[in-house]
Design a protein around this ligand. Structure first.
Ligand code: ATP
Ligand code: MG
Length: 208
């Protein structure tokens, strides 16, 4: 599902990321580990097509992401990739439901409120659809960000430090939600973290 070959990313002539070869099978859950500055976010951004690597290739579900023109990359991401970024980037001035509808529109799908209700319910926030996204708690916002990442049933979910700001109880909850939602979509899940509490939950790891 994910094939990386000869990947390298340089900033100002300094190599910050090097992944000679890495394969992740469809439906697997893998952890990307490494200390601060080891290139975890750089790797996730490259896989999502948010940044172009200096060298190498990344194939997601058979598509060479690194070979797509910018507009095609954006369309590919909207349709196939669910992103949970460390800063959640919800649109605070509109409702939770509008945040999810926007994700559907960006993927080129018709608005599907039944799907939105289903995802919110599965994350235990069925009552939040009408709430202004800027007025919900941090834990709720994290669930909304996960809802937005999975609403289009992505084939790949990328989560960057989804638990590092959370206490132990919420860390366990957020992780369980991500794993459950990935399983429900049949999606491949990559979680980048330096949070040692969640190491044991993943059999497959890439150490940077
Ligand atoms: N836009 C940029 N310009 C120059 N250097 C950058 C840029 N973005 C990241 N870097 C550098 O690249 C390296 C890898 O950064 P990256 O954000 O991928 O690390 P990380 O493993 O995600 O770290 P953290 O755990 O702190 O989030 C760091 O040394 C960082 O300073
Ligand atoms: Mg990072």
């Amino acid at each position: 599902m994910l094939e990386i070959r000869g990947l390298r990313h340089d900033y100002a002539g300094r190599t910050v990321l090097s992944v000679p070869s890495w394969d992740v099978a469809k439906g697997d859950a893998s952890l990307v580990l490494g200390p601060s500055g080891s290139g975890k976010t750089t790797l996730l951004n490259a896989i999502a097509g948010l940044a172009t690597p200096t060298a190498g290739s990344i194939r997601v579900a058979g598509t060479e992401v690194t070979g797509l023109a910018p507009a095609a990359r954006d369309a590919f991401r909207a349709r196939h990739v669910g992103l949970v970024l460390q800063t959640l980037h919800l649109i605070g001035v509109v409702s939770v439901r509008e945040n999810l509808r926007l994700a559907q529109r960006l993927a080129g799908s018709p608005v599907d409120d039944a799907r939105i209700d289903e995802v919110l319910a599965s994350l235990g926030i069925a009552g939040l659809g009408g709430a202004r996204a800027g007025n919900i708690s941090v834990g709720e916002a994290q669930r909304v960000a996960i809802a937005r990442a999975v609403v289009n049933r992505p084939s790949l979910i990328l989560a960057d430090e989804p638990t590092s700001a959370l206490d132990d109880a919420n860390c366990a909850k957020a992780l369980a939600l991500l794993l459950d939602q990935a399983a429900a979509c049949g999606a491949t899940l990559l979680v980048a973290t330096h949070d040692n509490r969640i190491r044991g939950r993943f059999e497959r790891r890439l150490e940077l």
